[in-house]
Design a protein around this ligand. Structure first.
Ligand code: AMP
Ligand code: MN
Ligand code: MN
Ligand code: MN
Length: 275
């Protein structure tokens, strides 16, 4: 039996691990398949594939996009098996990238107004090779000693509803799902528990959602039960993964949630690309 962790970040977004470190740990833990799902970029995938060959580990190419609803709810959408050369999709990623850089300057200004002695460069210094996220901003606030934990940085400063929160760019759930589909990929809602409103799922299904992340580190057994039921109701693929961020979050989560290989086959069948 083969098992997959379908939600893993690298230092091409906000994990501290290189793709090679991810694969080495996957090998140590005996995980057969790894889904690389960095925020807003494909940067880590080729490197992960090259490293994975050595151990006969399979890579599921993916991405995680943070969509924002009209009333400022954040919904994360995973996309699997997209055409990574799709020009329209790459254009969107470029726009998101630019807006994330712009946000660093804007948030830094808000933090300075709150009395924090912090510069945009402090954040750029800890960014890896790709997407700049709020986790980097939180790490800069923490490493400069303004808070005692990363959680506190979100709570006090940059979390949704905190005074220095700014989303990077408003891309709607509809646009996100349609763009993933247009690039031949399979859109899946990530960690639906964080959305805090299951009634939105049917709307996402209308836009073309094909899967739901039933198994996630932050889901309890009763959450899993609830989302399994919702998946069946709408005929959605039931995916799962750890959402490992290296040691950028409390501990290394790789493999904390696994799904059977059958799920990988379902994703392949749902993709329009030759995978
Ligand atoms: P962004 O997409 O740049 O706005 O940042 C979102 C990322 O910040 C998420 O994917 C998480 O990695 C991280 N994040 C958001 N809220 C929290 C929190 N309360 N604690 C820790 N990490 C968080
Ligand atoms: Mn993240
Ligand atoms: Mn997420
Ligand atoms: Mn994630």
């Amino acid at each position: 039996m083969k098992y997959a962790d379908l939600h893993v970040h690298t230092y091409y977004s906000d994990s501290t691990f290189s793709p090679k470190q991810v694969i080495d740990i996957a090998h140590e833990k005996g995980i057969d398949v790894i889904g690389i799902t960095d925020h807003d970029c494909f940067g880590g995938i080729d490197e992960a594939c090259a490293c994975a060959k050595e151990y006969n580990i399979e890579i599921v190419p993916g991405i995680e996009i943070s969509a924002i609803t009209d009333d400022d709810k954040e919904i994360h959408i995973l996309g699997y098996y997209l055409d990574r050369k799709d020009e329209d999709f790459l254009k969107k990623l470029e726009i998101i990238y630019a807006s994330r850089i712009e946000r660093v300057y804007l948030v830094t200004k808000l933090l300075q107004e709150k009395g924090l002695d912090i510069e945009a460069q402090d954040i750029f210094n800890i960014v890896g090779k790709g997407t700049i996220s709020r986790l980097h901003i939180a790490r800069a606030i923490y490493e400069k000693g303004f808070v005692r934990s990363l959680g506190a940085a979100f709570k006090k400063y940059i979390g949704v509803n905190a005074p220095c929160y700014l989303p990077h760019m408003k891309i709607s759930p509809q646009e996100t799902i349609e763009s993933i589909l247009a690039a031949g990929g399979v859109p899946v809602i990530a960690h639906p528990i964080t959305m805090n409103d299951d009634s939105l799922i049917s709307e996402l299904v209308d836009y073309g959602l094909k899967g739901i992340e039933v198994f996630h580190t932050n889901h309890s057994v009763s959450d899993e039960k609830k989302y399994k039921k919702i998946a069946k109701q709408f005929g959605l693929i039931m995916t799962g993964g750890s959402d490992c961020h290296g040691d950028a979050k409390r501990n290394v989560l790789l493999g904390s949630r696994l799904v059977q290989y059958e799920v990988v086959e379902q994703l392949k069948r749902a993709s329009l690309n030759n995978v």
